[in-house]
Design a protein around this ligand. Structure first.
Ligand code: SAM
Length: 274
């Protein structure tokens, strides 16, 4: 498949050519295999086949990129630990809702659950935590829910964390997360582009390395606005460290110490990030 053909496919699905730059080769390979398996000789035939919702869904899954790491962008996690979470704990006593939108294989979700658990030593009382982890790809969600990772995927996870939160599986092939770490997490199939945001208000939304990277600019804005709408006033939006907001807005103020964190502002709420 040449670049022009791949671009036609991305255009058809409102996906960004630029966004796929780093993963183009591997994604193209997957698509070529799928075309062959289904017997489509040309991109024109393949694009026509996307009128069939089942084939469209298959292709959408093939275009998902699962790259992630535990504690990805380490500095972000430091600021979360030192500033953002203490602020949230001061303001919310009953419960906090966190949404990891596009959670891939769960690394971001377990990173957050671990960080939260470590705060139990620092604070007398924490609000109840509910983590809503969503992705459009059911295969990723299934794996994420199992919480089983090969050692090579656990890069960035210290020996101390492995010892405290993971055990080695019976056959020795995987590390498994402890059940008590999973109890606050709900895994849910959810497509950001096709469904409204999850019901409820969130104090933290992770929207990293998906909408703002892989989708074309014109399709990002309406989805982004709805997501920000479900962020509580004073809540925090976290984007990827190489991503930008789709527009400038006074509704979101950027953290000076960590530029991928934004606080939803409101006149009556003290603005932590100023
Ligand atoms: C590169 S991973 C990012 C994982 C994690 N957020 C991180 O930053 O490490 C992108 C994830 O977004 C998911 N995704 C892409 N488009 C989506 C959509 N429309 N709705 C929900 N999830 C989506 C993909 O399936 C994939 O799991």
């Amino acid at each position: 498949m040449n670049d022009h053909e791949f671009r036609q496919l991305l255009d058809r699905l409102s996906l960004s050519w630029q966004g796929y730059a780093k993963v183009r080769k591997s994604v193209k390979k997957r698509i070529c295999r799928h075309m062959q398996k289904c017997g489509y000789q040309t991109m024109e035939d393949y694009l026509r086949a996307l009128d069939n919702p089942e084939i469209l869904t298959e292709v959408e899954y093939l275009l998902c990129v699962s790259i992630s790491h535990f504690f990805r962008d380490q500095y972000l996690w430091k600021i979360l630990e030192e500033e953002i979470l203490p602020d949230i704990i001061r303001r919310y006593h009953e419960r906090i809702n966190v949404w990891s939108a596009g959670c891939a294989l769960g690394q971001e979700v377990y990173s957050f659950a671990i960080l939260w658990d470590t705060l139990k030593n620092r604070f007398d009382r924490l609000p109840r935590l509910l983590i809503h982890a969503t992705d459009r790809n059911p295969g990723y969600l299934e794996k994420a829910g199992e919480g089983a990772y090969r050692s090579s995927i656990l890069k960035g996870v210290s020996g101390e964390i492995r010892e405290r939160y993971l055990r080695v599986s019976g056959d020795g092939s995987n590390y498994l997360f402890a059940d008590y770490l999973k109890k606050d997490i709900t895994w849910q199939l959810h497509d950001l582009m096709k469904q409204p945001p999850l019901a409820g208000m969130f104090q933290i939304i992770f929207l990293r390395n998906n909408l703002l990277t892989y989708y074309r600019e014109e399709s990002r804005i309406p989805v982004f606005l709805k997501i920000v709408d479900s962020l509580d006033e004073g809540g925090f939006l976290i984007i990827g460290c190489h991503e930008k907001l789709p527009f400038q807005s006074r509704m979101l103020s950027q953290c000076k110490k960590c530029t991928c964190i934004f606080q939803k502002t409101h006149n009556t709420i003290p603005r932590l990030l100023e």
